[in-house]
Design a protein around this ligand. Structure first.
Ligand SMILES: NC(=O)C1=CN([C@@H]2O[C@H](COP(=O)(O)OP(=O)(O)OC[C@H]3O[C@@H](n4cnc5c(N)ncnc54)[C@H](OP(=O)(O)O)[C@@H]3O)[C@@H](O)[C@H]2O)[C@@H](O)CC1
Ligand SMILES: Nc1ncnc2c1ncn2[C@@H]1O[C@H](COP(=O)(O)OP(=O)(O)OP(=O)(O)O)[C@@H](O)[C@H]1O
Length: 476
């Protein structure tokens, strides 16, 4: 009761408005709306009334009242945490603004020094052509994503009055600028760990994938998301894949719905709670599963959810590019095989594999400036206007599942980047920042795991390294 009084007092000091839409809520506390009983409103219980009551009834009454008090307490706590969350977000945004101002002051008085060895050396080739402005989609508040029109852009071959060839030539002629290290930008998007947050606030990620043949891929993606720092990781898979995935880990929330009769509706129910979606790991290529995945993508776009498309999800995109074309919160993560398939589907001609950067940029532009991560010896990340390459040292070990680690991690980094204040990424497309975070982390995990296990390294070994690799890259 003391706690209840305290919570009531805090609440009365700060009147709050409720916005529970995307928060995980204790259903019982929200459906009951009875106000806490106060001394003036509570009916007086006479001794006679108690005397006439059976012990059972008394217990029932007592339980009812204590449940009410508990519900009220949770409701008030929920409101207090939301207010706290908002206050911290504002504080974080102010701090970032100050840091940025300081950065500008220092940039004016000092020359850049090379990035330290421990961090990856990104080659950041930025667009300087004034006719194609550096733009990125607006960053939404994590609870109130902007409307669809704010993300959708139509595929443009290049800037106004400019040949695509010219854009490519000019942007590549700038060469490598290590001073534009992207790691500090990634760091700025990582939410601070505080005791004031509740479960779910740092990320609720959904994976669409997992079928009879492939249960490892969705598991790798989902567990990597958790290890990177998401609070909850959901897997939406087929009925027969679910018990297998559940048996790998009790930490995952597994929904056996992807091949059910109401798959889309079942998954759509969860969309308001998800911060990002990874479509494709272990999805398979069965017509019905691809159709359901397509519909889920369409509905997620309407909500402005960042969508990472990998593996068999890219098979779907190669067949129907319009499913994601122009969606500025979409990120594609092809390996070279998947890239070739996509490129040839879009350009109707064989890929010229002599210049990967150029081809990646062409594909991104054709896809409506979607962010593309072409994985390989060096990872090429481009939105058609800017290009980063991640050369973080990995190893020669190419076991299956590394791409799943990458896409699961990217789900989290994308959520963080898009929900950060706009100045955190210093004007860079949040998708690029997120992709650089995920590729450098994956490669660092590969390197560390290889150091311990050499030829025996597996993706599970790499997942074990996420914690220390993350610390090394982003928290040291
Ligand atoms: N444990 C699990 O459950 C795992 C499940 N997984 C799941 O498997 C599903 C299918 O995915 P996928 O990548 O095997 O399919 P697909 O695109 O047909 O490629 C097949 C062919 O492409 C080639 N090839 C591949 N990479 C290349 C490259 N970089 N450069 C050049 N060529 C390359 C290669 O050809 P080969 O060398 O054999 O001639 C290969 O045979 C998908 O759902 C995925 O998530 C995986 O995540 C792994 C862990
Ligand atoms: N030749 C390479 N040298 C160094 N790193 C590489 C090389 N090829 C791929 N990688 C890294 O491995 C990770 C996964 O890329 P990969 O091409 O194996 O994906 P994938 O085929 O989609 O994986 P999956 O087996 O999960 O389907 C990426 O982070 C990429 O940077």
């Amino acid at each position: 009761m003391n706690l209840l009084k305290r919570a009531t007092f805090i609440f009365s000091e700060q009147p709050l408005s409720l916005a529970l839409g995307s928060f995980p809520t204790k259903q019982s506390s929200l459906t009951k709306t009875n106000p806490p009983a106060t001394s003036s409103s509570r009916p007086r219980r006479s001794k006679k009334r108690f005397a006439n009551m059976s012990l059972e009834k008394l217990m029932e009454k007592f339980l009812e009242q204590s449940m009410e008090a508990e519900d009220n307490f949770y409701r008030l706590e929920e409101q207090r945490l939301q207010a706290e969350d908002k206050r911290r977000e504002e504080e974080h945004s102010r701090e970032l603004q100050m840091l940025q101002m300081l950065g500008q002051i220092f940039a004016g008085i000092s020359t850049p020094s090379p990035a330290p060895q421990a961090t990856p050396q990104p080659s950041c080739i930025s667009q300087t052509n004034p006719t194609v402005p550096l733009t990125h989609p607006p960053c939404g508040n994590r609870n109130h994503p902007p409307a669809l029109t704010e993300f959708a852009s139509h595929s443009q071959p290049a800037g106004p009055g400019l040949l695509m060839e010219e854009v490519i030539e000019r942007s590549f002629s700038l060469g490598t600028t290590a001073m534009d290290s992207v790691i500090p930008l990634v760091r700025k998007t990582i939410p601070p760990l505080t005791s004031k947050k509740h479960k779910g606030q740092d990320g609720r990620i959904g994976i669409i994938g997992g079928c009879q043949e492939y249960t490892g891929a969705p598991f790798f993606a989902a567990i990597s998301a958790l290890k990177v720092g998401a609070d909850l990781s959901h897997v939406f898979c087929t009925k027969d894949a679910a018990p297998v995935i559940k048996s790998y880990s009790p930490e995952l929330i597994v929904h056996p719905v992807l091949d059910g009769p109401n798959a889309v509706e079942e998954i759509e129910k969860w969309l308001p709670r998800l911060h990002s979606l990874v479509v494709g790991p272990g999805l398979g290529r069965e017509e019905m599963l691809l159709k359901n995945a397509k519909e889920i993508i369409e509905r997620s776009k309407l909500r402005g959810i960042p969508i990472i498309i990998d593996a068999d999800g890219l098979w779907l995109v190669a067949k129907e590019p319009s499913v994601i074309q122009g969606y500025q919160r979409g990120i594609l993560t092809p390996n070279f095989m998947e890239f070739t398939r996509l490129y040839e589907a879009m350009h109707h001609e064989p890929l010229d594999s002599t210049d990967h950067k150029r081809s990646a940029q062409q594909l991104s532009i054709a896809m409506g400036h979607l962010t593309l991560v072409l994985k390989g010896e060096e990872d090429i990340i481009t939105d058609g206007k800017n290009m980063l390459t991640c050369n973080q040292e990995g190893s020669g070990r190419r076991c299956g599942g590394q791409g799943d680690l990458l896409s699961g991690s990217l789900g989290v980094f994308a959520h963080w980047a898009f929900s950060s204040p706009p100045d955190a990424a210093k004007g860079m497309n949040p998708s690029l920042v997120a992709a650089f975070g995920a590729t450098s982390l994956t490669r660092q995990c590969n390197r560390q795991a290889f150091h311990k296990h050499s030829r025996s390294t597996t993706t599970s070994d790499m997942i074990q390294e996420i914690s220390s690799a993350f610390k090394k890259l982003f928290e040291s």
